[in-house]
Design a protein around this ligand. Sequence first.
Ligand SMILES: Cc1cc2nc3c(=O)[nH]c(=O)nc-3n(C[C@H](O)[C@H](O)[C@H](O)COP(=O)(O)O)c2cc1C
Length: 191
Amino acid sequence: MRQIVVAITGASGAVYARSLVRMLVRSACRVHVIVSPRGAQLMQMELGIEHVTAQALVECGSDRVVFHEYADMVDALASGSVNTDGMAVCPCSMHTLAEVAAGMGSNLITRAAHVHLKQRRTLVLAPREMPLSVIDLENMLRAARAGAVIAPACPAFYTELKSVQAVADFVASRVADCLGIHEEIEEFRSL
Ligand SMILES: Cc1cc2nc3c(=O)[nH]c(=O)nc-3n(C[C@H](O)[C@H](O)[C@H](O)COP(=O)(O)O)c2cc1C
């Protein structure tokens, strides 16, 4: 079973994160979820999720969702010796982007991202901010040069998406694509 890390940070777009976790579970992945404190606040504000649990994210298959503590720096995901098949930060705040670009690892999200880069594994960052400062742009370039895939949470509308959920699924399916997960997401893909 493929092991995918999904980090949820405090950028707007909690719905993208929920959609991505659902998609990965349907694709028979084990999903390792890390939520930043601000990410948890956005989950509450945007989706009404008081406590981010497996049941709150997926309707079925919740046994394939494993939570890891944001502040737990002795967690397995902090170590390069524990193998995974990729990581996505979705949505990715400019704060977390900056830490990743600077090579910092002050919490489990940025440490796990750093591990993915140094181990040459797939790291997908889905930043959401508008407009972008020169610092944000430089951080994206720096992270991309270090091997990260920059996949902005940026939906397209040429497929006449009919709901917020469809917009979220569009973005999440692109992130899943970048992770190399293509199965079971056809129904979410609009093109
Ligand atoms: C309601 C709300 C919406 C926010 N939306 C964004 C956003 O879209 N993009 C972003 O980069 N930061 C956004 N922020 C700011 C981040 O939450 C803040 O920089 C925080 O330090 C990020 O921490 P984290 O990366 O550890 O989650 C938002 C904050 C709040 C309270």
